[in-house]
Design a protein around this ligand. Structure first.
Ligand code: S3P
Length: 187
């Protein structure tokens, strides 16, 4: 690894991937290792809107959430320097993918749907867990819906310059090391 080149790399590193894939935890560890700032797009939205993600979905609707998600992400690409963890739906279209790849490196955090579905089912405030009446969906319904959504988004995630399969690592520290090795081959 060429340590100097990595130290001099000033572009942002964007972590994308499906919900509950471990992007935020990895972003924090990576930021510590690389001695850079980290930022979570969902947290920015919550802070700026003064509501939880679920409240925004319930009170303002998904279209509003996506509009804000896009606005704050574009703002981050201009004003923030460091590691950015994106929400699972933040790659809205080809234009955003192209923009992120020019503004920095896009990393796809690839976690299996089985693991994701368990995480969302067992410990989640994520809107997809709830039906129209606010009741928790069955495991089977949740898995089917997650799979459909994943297949719709997969093509955009896969355009990332770097892919990291989380199941190949035993800990987030190992994963961060693996990712740093991959990043250093790109800068
Ligand atoms: C979403 C993913 C969430 C959050 C919102 C919508 C999605 O972020 O932005 O609940 O549509 O995939 P995480 O990927 O951090 O869970």
């Amino acid at each position: 690894m060429n340590k100097n080149r990595l130290e001099y790399y000033k572009g942002n590193i964007y972590l994308c991937g499906f919900m509950a894939s471990g992007k935020s935890t990895l972003a924090k560890t990576l930021a510590t290792r690389m001695e850079r700032e980290d930022c979570d797009l969902d947290e920015v939205i919550v802070e700026k809107e003064g509501k939880s993600i679920r409240e925004i979905f319930d009170e303002n609707g998904e279209v509003y959430f996506r509009e804000k998600e896009r606005e704050y992400l574009l703002e981050l690409t201009r004003e923030f320097k460091g590691i950015v963890s994106l929400g699972g739906g933040a790659l809205h279209n080809q234009h955003i993918v192209d923009h992120l790849k020019v503004s920095g490196l896009l990393v796809f955090v690839d976690t299996s749907l089985e693991v994701i579905s368990e995480r969302v089912f067992n410990n989640s405030e994520r809107p997809i867990l709830f039906d129209k009446e606010g009741k928790i969906k069955t495991k089977e319904t949740l898995f089917t819906e997650l799979k459909t959504l994943y297949l719709e988004r997969e093509d955009l995630y896969k355009q990332a310059q770097i892919h990291i399969k989380t199941q190949l690592y035993n800990s987030v520290n190992e994963m961060a090391d693996g990712l740093i090795a991959k990043i250093s081959r790109h800068v």
